[in-house]
Design a protein around this ligand. Structure first.
Ligand SMILES: [Zn+2]
Length: 141
């Protein structure tokens, strides 16, 4: 059932921030999916520039996959979308996170597809069931 996005799971945000740190100095990029209105799935995209990212999005646009947004890092710490970012945002959902160093719970910002800041709550939820569902669904992708 599709529900309005209420926020992002705290564990998912921690996972993203760790991935951003691990990917430094390169840019980390992923698509976000929601379960029961909570952003809890991260689909990591290969490639580092926006063209590669757009190509990857097509690959991931499969039936049954509802993408609610995206996340990527700006290693330079500027928490604002660039021109290519905005082109990438519109076809990939309504919630777009940009993270910067030091990649902690506060070093990110969320934008709508037009690049306007939007509020995204951090929710402390148990994700175990969602992770199982994710693995079943993705299979051997
Ligand atoms: Zn960017």
């Amino acid at each position: 059932m599709r529900r309005r996005v209420q926020g992002i799971a705290k564990d998912t945000l921690s996972f993203i921030m760790e991935a951003c740190r691990d990917t430094m100095p390169r840019e980390f990029a992923a698509l976000l999916r929601a379960e029961d209105g909570i952003i809890s799935d991260v689909l990591i995209l290969p490639g580092t520039d926006s063209n590669e990212r757009q190509a990857s999005v097509k690959l991931y646009m499969l039936p049954n996959m509802q993408i609610v947004g995206s996340v990527h890092s700006h290693p330079n710490g500027v928490l604002r979308p660039s021109g290519p970012d905005l082109a990438f945002f519109s076809p990939t959902g309504s919630y777009h996170l940009i993270a910067g160093p030091p990649f902690d719970e506060r070093s990110w910002a969320c934008f709508d597809p037009s690049g306007n800041p939007r509020v995204l709550e951090i929710l402390d939820v148990d994700l175990e069931d969602d992770i199982d569902g994710f693995l079943d669904e993705e299979g051997d992708f």
